[in-house]
Design a protein. Structure first.
Ligand code: 4NP
Length: 174
């Protein structure tokens, strides 16, 4: 599968796993969906010892909450269980994770602002930089809209996660 983005990654082993964090605003809709979708793919391929998956929000409005019920319903309909609890993305997360994937450009701007010394720019991406389907680069916030928005989020996030894993796989040393 062709993707828009090429990754420069370290050799991934069980001793040095790849750490991936998906980021949106509230950490209750988009980034938990991305975390669940990517974890699902990682588990399905038996790669959970090689790839660590998490999500967080740039805002703290929903800290401690489970994923939105519509997000969970759409995910479950697609065989994906969303188990995250909302947390805020912190400065230390920039250091800890190897890849930080923002859902929209506002999330990315907030992450760049947090990276005030510009030490971690090469870890920061937009999720849809990996989306093989042409379109805009945003995973739109579905929070105030109808169920279609949540379905669209699931579809664009899942195909982006598949393409992302295609990029990561060659770097895994079994
Ligand atoms: P998310 O969606 O960023 O995809 O989790 C949102 C959830 C809550 C709010 C905004 C976006 N909010 O303003 O409370």
């Amino acid at each position: 599968m062709e993707t828009n983005k090429t990754l420069d990654l370290h050799e991934i082993t069980t001793e040095n796993p790849l750490k991936v964090c998906f980021v949106c605003l509230g950490n209750i809709c988009r980034s938990p969906t991305a975390e669940g979708a990517f974890q699902h793919l990682v588990n399905r391929e038996g790669l959970s010892a090689y790839i660590e998956v998490d999500s967080a929000g740039t805002g703290a409005y929903h800290v401690g909450e489970p994923a939105n019920s519509k997000s969970r319903m759409i995910a479950e309909r697609n065989g994906v269980k969303l188990q995250s609890r909302a947390r805020k993305f912190e400065y230390e997360d920039l250091e800890y994770f190897d890849l930080v994937l923002a859902m929209d450009s506002e999330n990315l701007d907030d992450l760049k602002h947090l990276d005030r010394k510009q030490l971690y720019r090469n870890k920061l991406y937009l999720m849809r930089e990996f989306d093989p389907s042409p379109g805009n680069m945003e995973v739109p916030d579905p929070y105030y809209g109808g169920i279609n928005g949540f379905e669209d989020v699931f579809d664009m996030v899942m195909r982006s996660c598949e393409a992302l894993l295609d990029q990561i796989r060659p770097h895994i040393r079994m």
